[in-house]
Design a protein around this ligand. Structure first.
Ligand code: ZN
Length: 264
């Protein structure tokens, strides 16, 4: 039997957005604008043998600079999920945006292996990542952390597909960022796909509507196809920023902000 995990989504931040901010070229749909809440999550896959954290949240400073509401910092959010940083074996970064890598310092003093795709690392540490429409989604100091981790031999760079651990697989899909990854987790009742920002909102998948922040539109559409196929095959897809995650998976929370994706 393959190894299985319990999966949690930890909601550590939120903001009020609008459909026109969220969806690429929203005017093309000829619909009135509407308010749309945006939640900020990271994810946990754990079993008795191992705890893996997928993404780390934004830092208090980078969240505040963008007007986001931080509900819990990374340490408090981990604690809410019942995790101490030094218990974490691996940290997967689905991409390098500020709201996914900003909590990394919590893990720099631990032995955790940090994993991201090579394409993502190369893009953001290279010249194109500094162009205006890209750079505002990252923090230069946080990209320096990635460089330092790499130099220290702490950062594993993954290819298109990478086995993180038994029952845990990273798949690069691109689109939102050049090396955007999703993580598939073996769980009781079937696999869970942590889509992160390959699918911010279920509406992207269900109405085929790309998100406004995009590195390659054709890749984003192709990622929708790939993730839909995973869903059609029985996987539970967890969107990266959608308040519907709490509705679709919520039940009694383990703690405020902790949504249990898997229930035995
Ligand atoms: Zn992103």
């Amino acid at each position: 039997m393959s190894e299985q995990y319990e999966v949690l989504a930890v909601r550590y931040g939120t903001r009020q957005a609008t459909a026109a901010e969220v969806f690429l070229n929203y005017h093309a749909y000829r619909e009135p604008d509407r308010p749309l809440g945006m939640d900020y999550f990271f994810w946990v896959a754990r079993n008795p043998a191992r705890t893996v954290v997928i993404d780390t949240g934004f830092s208090p400073a980078s969240g505040a600079a963008r007007g986001r509401t931080m509900l819990m910092d990374t340490v408090a959010a981990l604690r809410a999920a019942g995790i101490a940083p030094d218990e974490v074996a691996q940290v997967v970064l689905t991409h390098a945006h500020y709201d996914h890598v900003g909590g990394l310092p919590v893990f720099t003093g631990t032995d955790a292996e940090i994993i991201m795709t090579r394409d993502e690392y190369d893009f953001w540490t290279g010249p194109m990542g500094r162009r205006g429409q890209f750079t505002h989604t990252t923090e230069a100091s946080e990209l320096d952390w990635l460089r330092a981790l790499r130099e220290a031999g702490r950062l594993t760079l993954a290819g298109q597909s990478h086995p993180i651990a038994p029952g845990l697989e990273l798949t690069q899909v691109g689109g939102h960022t050049p090396g955007q990854a999703v993580v598939t987790v073996a769980a009781a009742g079937g696999p869970v796909v942590l889509a992160s920002d390959a699918v911010h909102y279920y509406e992207e998948l269900e109405r085929d509507r790309p998100f406004s922040t995009v590195a390659n539109l054709a890749d984003m559409y192709a990622a929708f196809d790939q993730i839909r196929e995973m869903g059609d095959g029985g996987a539970r897809v967890v969107a990266g920023h959608d308040p519907l995650v709490a509705e679709r998976f919520g039940g009694p929370a383990d703690a405020p902000g902790v949504i249990r994706i898997t229930r035995d």
